[in-house]
Design a protein around this ligand. Sequence first.
Ligand code: M6R
Length: 609
Amino acid sequence: MCGIVGYIGPKQATDVVVKGLSALEYRGYDSVGVALIDQNQTGQVIKQAGRVENLKPLVKQQAGKSQLAIGHTRWATHGLPNSVNAHPHSNNAKDIFVVHNGIIENYQEIKDRLTEHGYKFYSDTDTEVIPNLIDYYTARSKTFLAGLKAALNDLRGAFAIAVITTREPTTLFAARFSSPLVIGVGNNEYVLASDPNAIMAHTKDVVFLEDNDLAVINQTSLKIIDFSRSMPKKPKLELLDYDQEQAALGHFPNFMLKEIYEAPQTIRAATRGRVLADQGIIKLGGLESVNKQLNHIDRIVIVACGTSYYAGLVGEYLIEELANIPVEVQLASEFKYRKEPFSRATILLAISQSGETADTIAALEKAKDFGCLRLGVVNAIGSTIARLTDAGVYTHAGAERAVASTKAFIAQVTVLTLIALHLSKGENKDYRKLLNELSLLPQKAAAVLEQAPEIKRITIKYMDKQDFFFIGRGYNYPCALEGALKLKEISYIHAEGYAAGEMKHGPLALIDKDFPTLALATDSNELAKTISNIEEIKTRNGPLIIMASAGNKKVASLTDDLIYLPKTMEQTQPILSAIALQLFAYYIAEAKQLDIDHPRNLAKSVTVE
Ligand code: M6R
């Protein structure tokens, strides 16, 4: 949530920073700003409500020549998204400039203290205390660095900050605690960012900051200090494993559509080298170091948020059926409040696309005290969750840019299928068949995509509806939940997912001619019961869109709005259903002419609890 960029080097710093902000805009996009130290060593701040695109002309007109700048794109937590609350924030003397991700939990206490010392505050943000606190401590310290360290040690909560000051006009400072920051190391230049998307155009050599790291960056040197212990650390250089191509739109109008269309290659990438169908084995290198422990599991607890949580629910069905291990899926945001008994033989499995979701990180932190094995199914390589877990399986979906998660869900469910098969040790009756089905799945995903024009045709009829139900049974139930989430987040239509069998326990009361239901009625042992639920809706004049398995004529007679999906096994059905549901939500949002990649009030990576 929110994006930070910083630059020090020979180029026009604001150009690099503004370009970086565009790459990070998916993290938050309600206001934006830059601060720079110009050639006369004067500080300048340019900021406003709205998008990076609107800031560009202002920066072009107003920014002086500069080799040192920081920038921020904001997702508001404290205070309205206006120009006063936009970052960067400065101290009262206007010579220290700060951009910040995260939340300073003790900001009110610091604000009260600083107010007693005569400091004034102009914004509603928690961030504004930071430059003033630095000011306070630097006035009482021998060096700016000493004052900065003292200020950092006063801050509670989660933060990643970048700081520039006219008092040290050739230094970029950055610090992290529970919020990611990465430094790209170029040729006599450094690019700082809250995620690698802003860096990959410049270099693949990076240093990921760890908690309590304070980076002191000059054009030719990078020093890292543990600010809590005042100890120097050796920067650990790593190679960024990112494909720049994936960050570009190509011929697609937006990232969501591009990412939906990446489903076949996403399945291929998630299974490549892992599904050895001819040898009848699943090979998960990321779990090799913990394979022995995996023989003695009493239960798996999956923690995740949003779409990743729904993928986890599919995982629950998969692991219980295929590996016969009890699974419980918990919302990461609630996991921390439970006082459940937790044995050392229980595994905590965190699922996350970004690897930076604060609630999921908090769940992992809590589980540390249980002494259990902590595994990850993560997309972003090198992310906080990937680093926090003992072992795991990367989903390899590549960069996902649209706020609405699509290909990440496909990759997560694919990987969870592999984990379930791995844990089954080949003992489930469907093991071999599933290995084969997984190798056919990319083609079947492509066949769903070919249905896009038909899905679009049906969808448009429903664009003016206010409410929607999504229903399904068994493996299709978590898909119904995910389908509803997709629709509400990008089209702003109220949508709820239900287990089809639950309709008659309450929700059916809402059904009338204006309340449509999308029913997932693909071939399964539960199909007859789902058809009964569909009939119950039809009898009450509820409009119906049905997704069914190719060739199922019985379902065809129930509605005019029928979407056929390729036949597959029940366990792999969620992957194909999800692609069709993603297209369904997409085309409604497109018909409503909404900003699909940037839904209102949301951000891609939710780094606050
Ligand atoms: O990065 P994560 O997978 O941990 O993110 C979890 C949720 O914030 C995310 O899936 C969110 O629900 C998406 N906007 C859904 O499309």
